[in-house]
Ligand binder design. Structure first.
Ligand SMILES: Nc1ncnc2c1ncn2[C@@H]1O[C@H](COP(=O)(O)OP(=O)(O)OP(=O)(O)O)[C@@H](O)[C@H]1O
Length: 238
């Protein structure tokens, strides 16, 4: 069985009388340590799928196992605990807490996970800040940083507790292309060092074309699932 095992996943949003079928039977297996890019047109269901894999949202039908856990059977509290321990998130808008310093933002997941030793927390946070090149900015607040620096803090926060899964939803959408490239590389490098599985959702054609594995969604279904070297992959991806 895969590290992530998804079978016939369906998700429908209900807005008053109308319904949106965001996922229409998605099946997928991801091995531990795999680095997967998720693409597809706007509205194809990418964020919905990521949020379900990241245990941020529920689904209507199907089955999903993440890191050996059948997440549908977990109640909200157990799910929040599972998320805090095993999953790191990077979002398009960075989602840093503006009233906390850079250090405090990165420390937050360790506090959530109940790490009581301030010394251990400090060591882990400083190690991550050094890895993302921002140790000198530990006392700054998010609004004193550039977009690229904020995303580096978000990466440090996402990985500080050594999650088994890193999920990134459009992490480069608000960055220029050079900064975006560096951010993706940093996420891939650091997660490889930690052995984390990575799923990155993006509209960036170049990233999708060069991905080790690229999954394309269309109308809530997987249209294409290709690993590097597969013939015709680029054409099938768009
Ligand atoms: N909270 C919600 N309530 C109602 N409909 C929603 C909600 N979230 C998403 N949808 C709808 O579900 C479908 C899939 O949306 P989703 O955000 O997963 O697509 P996406 O591929 O991530 O799009 P984008 O690339 O624009 O971010 C869309 O039709 C969207 O309008």
């Amino acid at each position: 069985m895969g590290f992530i095992q998804i079978s016939e996943l369906h998700k429908t949003y209900r807005l008053g009388e109308s319904q949106v079928h965001a996922l229409r039977g998605v099946s997928l297996a991801v091995k531990e340590g795999e680095r997967l890019f998720l693409g597809g047109p706007s509205g194809s269901g990418k964020s919905t799928l990521l949020h379900i894999i990241g245990c941020l949202d529920r689904f209507d039908q199907g089955r999903i196992v993440v890191a050996g856990r059948d997440v549908a059977s977990a109640d909200d509290r157990a799910l929040a605990d599972f998320r805090a321990r095993h999953i790191g998130f990077v979002f398009q808008n960075f989602n840093l807490l503006p009233v906390l310093t850079v250090f405090e933002n990165v420390e937050y997941p360790l506090l959530l996970n109940g790490e009581k030793s301030a010394k251990k927390r400090r060591g882990r946070v400083e190690g991550m800040l050094e890895a993302v090149g921002l140790l000198g900015h530990a006392k700054h607040y998010p609004n004193e940083l550039s977009g690229g620096q904020r995303q580096r803090v978000a990466i440090a926060r996402a990985l500080v507790h050594h999650p088994r899964l890193l999920i990134a939803d459009e992490p480069t959408a608000n960055l220029d292309s050079t900064t975006g490239e560096a951010i993706i590389q940093l996420m891939l490098d650091l997660s490889r060092e930690q052995g984390s599985t990575v799923i990155i959702c993006t509209h960036n054609r170049e990233l999708l074309e060069n991905a080790e594995r690229c999954i394309l969604l269309r109308d809530g279904k997987i249209e294409n699932d290709a690993t590097a070297g597969t013939q015709g992959r680029t054409a099938a991806c768009f």
